[in-house]
Design a protein around this ligand. Sequence first.
Ligand code: GAL
Length: 658
Amino acid sequence: MDGRLAYGGDYNPEQWPEHVWDEDVRLMREAGVNLVTVGVFGWARLEPSPGRFEFGWLDRVLDLLHRNGVYVDLATATASPPPWFSLRYPQSLPQTRDGVRLSPGSRQAYCPSSPAYRDACTQLVERLAQRYHDHPALALWHVNNEYGCHVAQCYCPTSAAAFRDWLRWRYATLESLNDAWATSFWSQHYGDWEEIGPPRATPTFTNPTHQLDFHRFSSAELLDCYRAEHDVLRRASPGTPVTTNLMAPAFKPLDYWTWAPELDLVSVDHYLQAEDEDNHVDLALAADLTRSLAGGAPWLLMEHSTSAVNWQPRNLAKQPGQMRRNSLQHVARGADSVMFFQWRASAGGAEKFHSAMVPHAGTDTRVWRDVVGLGANLAALTEVTGSRVVCETAIAWDWVSWWAGDLDAHPSSDLRYLDQVRAHHAALWRAGVTADLVHPAGDLSAYKLLLVPSLYLVGEEAAANVRDFVERGGTVVIGCFSGIVDEQDHVRLGGYPGAFTDLLGVRVEEFHPLAAGSSARLDDGSTGRVWSEHAHTTGAEIVARYGEGDLSGVPAITRNPVGGGAWYVGTCLDATSLDRLLARVCEEAGVRPVAPAPSGVEVVRRRGDDASYLFLINHSTIDATLPGSGRDLLSGTRHRGTLTVPAGEVVVILEEDG
Ligand code: GAL
């Protein structure tokens, strides 16, 4: 690319007659678009029948874009095999847990383990790479699309065989598999590998470690699909970065910690839950997670929406200014691009009511004017490109623990991992503290404070890592139902929270999950929800106790005075109580907000080599006045001492004392 923030979206010219393409590029120039993703669902047009390739239309599209100064993120088109492929290779169609073979007729109808699918992908990618590797418009390769979005796990016989191979690789012997899966329970002992299948629908709870291993396998299997395409591109198109668009924050099936290192550039799609009033906080979590996957480096926002989507129960249009706030919020948190699904709203097909940069109603529309305005804003922010967000606080995040923690037959179905991570991240958001997400066994050396919400499954390495972090002076806050099991989902015996009992100076003898809708009052005025437990301190100081009921007087919040302090919270504090606790913890850990700001105003800093940029995003309906000095890159206004961010507006300051 050209040192600018990338701006554009998915461009699907194959849905339109060619004369529309001329208008497309004219409008792209008008909006300042400089990058489009082409060909995501182009397989049927690129290979209309087996082995017969047609590239003429794509040649013309790429040439036209290049003549108009627009770079291309070229998709490998493997996200949706064409109908002829499914007819020819019916075994390539995916099968659900209930044994239903899915049919073609929508998209992503393939089994990730299908050799026919994988071969066909490799051939197509080989052709594309040979043809376009030196095209001047090519900036980036876009492998597949949102791997696992619709079919993350396949239960067909081909997948079953691949799963058995994977299990042989993981366990080597049936004996160790039987141990790991605790198959002496319920007469599940396996005497032959062939007896094992994917965790298909069973009469009641399926063996948990079997389920957990199928999650691991399924994530790895799709990663193999990505790798196969990536390898072709590396060989045939050296020098051009390769990505695939991840989904954040709530995409559970793929362990992106294992994926991210294989992406030359991390990219992500994020869609708001339109009816959630705090959806900008969820956006912040998505962006923080993506930046963390990128190891702090700038990343690409590959898709979001200009206004409504088409797949939620009620697809609300974005409010005036919301699309701009969303976009600049991603940039504030480290994105070097703002891209949308899609460039021009489709006239036909299942996504015809999804918003786009060019709406059905044309350019005399608010959406189009906002698209043009945003293009100008991003051009004004060019110097921000490449700068980074630096954090002192991290939240532990682990897909494997998410998979295991959310399995069935647990003490309370109300305790959901993502809810807990969201609650902790939201509390930091309200406090104005920017946080990274980090793998519990990852590098913690940059942080002063680590939050560990309900991390149910913890391996030895992660437990030692957290301990080491605290001993070196870091402060940790561990949430309830953490450290309970090892990597095989076996309970750590001797008292909860297993992996962390020594570190926390706490031993829990029994869980007391709360009845639906009820709460637990603590003697410091806090309120716990969902969970309580019978804990004893074995060295920790008691910060708060249960104030009523069977557990009255039992420790609920504790602090072990080791290293920088090891806090334990044995319930799910409500938002007000969590805010209060984290304010105290942050103060003690020396973590401060990016800048003091009124409620609803988000402040994030990006740092360049010799400049720093303060993003101030006012999500509230009240104008906000804050301390700050420097030039607003969007308006050109120079502020000295204080500045005002009008309701719903965004200000980006090139800081004077950066
Ligand atoms: C994404 C997908 C796009 C489009 C979009 C609609 O999941 O990558 O192709 O379907 O959602 O919101």
